[in-house]
Design a protein around this ligand. Structure first.
Ligand SMILES: [Zn+2]
Length: 453
């Protein structure tokens, strides 16, 4: 990044500066008027809440607008499919013929939710992607092997679209071919950058090492860009992936549903993801229980509420996507200003064990502290999808290699004690020899943490 690019990026990242706040107000105001004037759905929704964007005078007034959640999105999309033969929802705000691409996100219930992109929306996405490249060092001409699930999922073809327009030298193999083919392609093309989920990066390393006898530390990979799972920001996983690929830098990235991802990305310092799109996404921190907006102060935890700015096709206004995050406002050692976030987990994945909120990522963190004896792969057994779980919570943990029965018994006790002390709930650990724990991946390539019995 040149000095002038750095200065320009720094100004944008100052999400709380008066100039960014006034830019956000102008864009938010325009966006709200756009949806109000173009969508009978939004007009009715706003009128029922007693708000009219034509009378909006300050950014703070956004808190008077109704939120939009996944259930509402699902119903709106089911209705438009029934009435108009498209799944983009009754909240679509543009002519269906100006939609240029339909993408999907996997829903936790198994039903995908859909997003439409106009040509202009694709341009905003490219702007965000280009900004991310300033943070993670991707350059036009870099040879990029795309090993994420490469389909209509938001992280699939839309990422390829951005990479091509950005000018990368793209090798679009896609993750569905399996780890072996990806390893073979690495040896045949020597990519500089690999894109995939962190769990798939680990599967690739294991396949090459244990079954193919291929040393991936010598392939010249410079960076591994990961997304979609908490692993990309867990230091132990980052360092395992980095050393497995010969010291390649690991960069995490994330989007916010409806906000034309990516909008968050980690830098070389790996100290959380920078929020890099305050001009394209308006964020609020929210407490779903009390339905209140929380102050965005250092260390605050809550659910993010996303509002897309400058979006043409069905922008989601105050969308509750279920991302629980912690805000970090301390200076990043890379020197860039602004806000960073740590994704704690999905609200949908949160379990309530004897009144204690537990995210799968927190359990993984505790298990990983015993890294000499465990691979880090876990599965959590649940009876149903309701959040309340009766202890002990059954957790399946994969050991490194095959341990003696005495070592196993000690490890089980140690893990249960660690969980009790650090997470304050009772777990029942069941250990599996390496390779014996069945891992499953969802349609988008994300590792499934829960196993339902
Ligand atoms: Zn940084």
């Amino acid at each position: 990044m040149t000095e002038s690019e750095r200065r320009e990026l720094s100004l944008l990242l100052e999400w709380n500066s008066p100039s960014i706040k006034s830019l956000q107000f102008i864009k938010l105001h325009k966006q709200l008027i756009y949806v109000f004037d173009n969508s009978p759905y939004y007009r009715k929704k706003f009128e029922s809440a007693g708000v009219n964007p034509h009378h909006m005078r300050s950014l703070a007034e956004i808190e008077q607008y109704p939120t939009f959640d996944k259930d509402e999105e699902r119903l709106s999309q089911a209705k438009s499919l029934q009435l108009y033969n498209h799944p983009l929802g009754m909240h679509i705000t543009c002519d269906i013929r100006s939609v240029n691409r339909i993408s999907a996100s996997s829903g936790t219930t198994g039903n995908p939710s859909f997003q439409g992109h106009t040509a202009y929306d694709r341009k905003i996405m490219l702007k965000n992607f280009t900004r991310l490249s300033k943070i993670n060092g991707l350059k036009p001409g870099d040879k990029v092997l795309m090993a994420g699930v490469m389909s209509m999922w938001v992280a699939g073809i839309p990422t390829i679209d951005c990479l091509l327009q950005f000018g990368a030298n793209v090798i679009p193999i896609g993750g569905l071919v399996g780890a072996q083919k990806v390893v073979e392609m690495i040896t045949l093309t020597y990519p500089e950058v690999l894109i995939c989920t962190p769990s798939f990066a680990r599967v690739i390393l294991k396949k090459a090492r244990d079954e193919m006898n291929i040393d991936l530390t010598r392939m010249g990979l410079q960076s591994i860009c990961v997304y979609g799972e908490p692993g990309g920001s867990i230091p132990e996983i980052v360092s395992e992936i980095s050393s497995g690929f010969g010291g390649a830098k690991v960069y995490d990235m994330a989007g916010g549903t409806g906000c034309l991802n990516p909008i968050f990305g980690s830098c070389e310092a790996q100290e959380g993801m920078h929020f890099m799109a305050p001009d394209h996404a308006y964020l609020e921190l929210y407490d779903r229980m009390t339905k209140t907006v929380l102050p965005m102060v250092d260390g605050a935890e809550g659910e993010l509420v996303y509002t897309a700015l400058e979006r043409e096709c069905g922008p989601l206004i105050r969308f509750l996507d279920g991302d629980k995050v912690r805000i970090n406002l301390s200076p990043c050692s890379c020197g860039l200003p602004g806000m960073r976030i740590e994704i704690l987990g999905r609200v949908d994945d949160m379990m309530l064990v004897k009144g204690v909120n537990v995210f799968p990522s927190a359990i993984t963190d505790v298990v990983r502290k015993h890294e000499n004896q465990v691979t880090g792969n876990i599965r959590i057994i649940r009876k149903n999808t309701t959040p309340v779980v009766e202890p002990p919570l059954r957790i399946l943990v994969e050991t490194k290699g095959v341990l003696s029965s005495k070592t196993k018994s000690n490890l089980k006790d140690a893990l249960e004690l660690s969980i009790q002390r650090q997470l304050r709930f009772k777990a029942a650990i069941e250990l599996y020899d390496e390779g014996k724990l069945k891992l499953e991946y969802g349609a988008t390539g994300k590792q499934q943490m829960f196993l339902y019995e």
